[in-house]
Write a protein that binds this ligand. Structure first.
Ligand SMILES: O=C(O)C(=O)C[C@@H](O)CO
Ligand SMILES: [Mg+2]
Length: 390
């Protein structure tokens, strides 16, 4: 079997969107002087879909959501020539070809996301070619079903956040991730608002359910050090990305305080990046995203590393490409789950592009044993709501 062609298309959403609301999520731009754009940097309204076809007619599907137009250009100009004509079963060789050919300017960020998309499509082909779901090629089923946590609760009106938490608790979720709206730039007022929001959610979900807290890199070390003791009484399962992804020593310092487990990794890349995080004990929960970290070829190796370090892997974003990794390793106890909503931040956009994503049932996800590959197809229902760039 040989790879015949690679097609990368950007799906740019042009349909209805829910407008941004106030300080809905702290983020790295919050700390930049004279920043009026902070919240508008925080949108993911396009996606790159990669289809790889083999000479025997199998089509594998991959995707990348980081800087989709740039990812497409990297795939078209640099990666496609490296994989066309090659055997997809040589996936490690192909991964190294892509990684090393782009190494001088790639390594992390959008280049690795582009490599991930190709790798995902390759694994989809492998599963389809032997009529097995991808998780069966990675170690098989380690769980009857996958526990997942509800991930939305953007900062808005507190009563509305409470209603949202209640609604999804009623649907059987037992773990919830909420977003902070405020950081150092908002001074003591922001500290109070942040604490109020955690208190409001705990009021609804109680202490028998898990609560995770998301900073999305919007804090700094000094602020995070002040916040940790104040948040401890709310017993969060973790505090996520308190500082920017490059401040690995900052993560390590916060994690060493042993007040709240620190999580991160959704903006880290490759086996080497995660070895560094683990060696420095920077995170207590690893959150790679398979469509950024280097695809399944890289994520599978990182799972093994995390198993050896006894650090749980709870991948960023959920989605099918991550669920196959979670299903196939004991290192991964749980998945994230972005619920189906109108298009807002864009975390929900994949529901409008793909069919086949599992829907949470009572806080659990199931992968089917009888669907080969990754199990996704392209949805036709919303095609007229996208500009599609070839
Ligand atoms: O789900 C997460 O962990 C993210 O960081 C998503 C991002 O949109 C921030 O909420
Ligand atoms: Mg996150």
């Amino acid at each position: 079997m040989k790879i015949k062609s690679v097609r990368a298309r950007v799906f740019q959403w042009k349909g209805k969107t829910v407008p941004p609301q106030g300080n809905f999520c702290s983020n790295a731009m919050d700390l930049v002087y004279s920043n009026t754009e902070s919240m508008s940097t925080f949108r993911f309204h396009s996606w790159t879909v990669v289809e790889i076809e083999t000479d025997d007619g199998i089509v594998g599907i991959g995707n990348v959501a980081l800087a989709p137009a740039i990812a497409k250009a990297i795939i078209d100009q640099y990666l496609t020539p490296l994989v066309v004509g090659q055997d997809p079963w040589d996936y490690e060789y192909l991964w190294q070809r892509m990684y090393r050919a782009t190494h001088a300017w790639g390594r992390k960020g959008v280049t690795m996301a582009a490599i991930s998309a190709i790798d995902l499509a390759i694994w989809d082909i492998l599963g389809k070619s032997v009529n097995k779901p991808v998780f069966k090629l990675l170690g098989g089923r380690t769980k009857e079903k996958i526990p997942c946590y509800y991930s939305k609760l953007y900062r808005g009106d507190l009563k509305e956040m409470q209603d949202e938490a209640q609604k999804f608790m009623d649907q059987g979720f037992t773990a919830f991730k909420m977003r902070f709206g405020y950081g150092p730039a908002h001074l003591q007022h922001g500290v109070k608002e942040n604490l109020k929001s955690v208190e409001a959610i705990r009021e609804v979900i109680g202490y028998d359910n898990d609560l995770m807290l998301e900073c999305y890199m919007g804090w700094n070390l000094e602020y995070a050090k002040r916040m940790l003791p104040k948040l401890a009484k709310y017993e969060p399962r973790w505090l996520e990305e308190p500082v920017i992804a490059d401040d690995i020593d900052g993560y390590a310092e916060l994690n060493a305080m042993n007040i709240i487990p620190i999580s991160g990794g959704e903006h880290e890349f490759s086996l080497y990046g995660f070895k560094q995080l683990l060696d420095k004990k920077a995170v207590s929960v690893v959150q790679y995203d398979t469509n950024r970290v280097g695809g399944i070829t890289a994520a599978h190796k990182i799972n093994a590393l995390c198993e050896a370090y006894s650090v749980p892997v709870i991948p960023h974003a959920g989605q099918m490409h991550n669920y196959h990794l979670t299903m196939s390793t004991l290192a991964s106890p749980m998945a994230e789950y972005f619920p189906i909503f109108d298009v807002e931040v864009g975390n929900e956009l994949f529901w409008y592009i793909f069919d086949g994503e599992p829907i949470a049932d009572n806080g659990f996800l199931q992968l089917r044993d009888d669907v080969p590959g990754l199990g996704l197809t392209l949805k036709t229902e919303y095609l007229d709501q996208f500009d599609i760039i070839e």
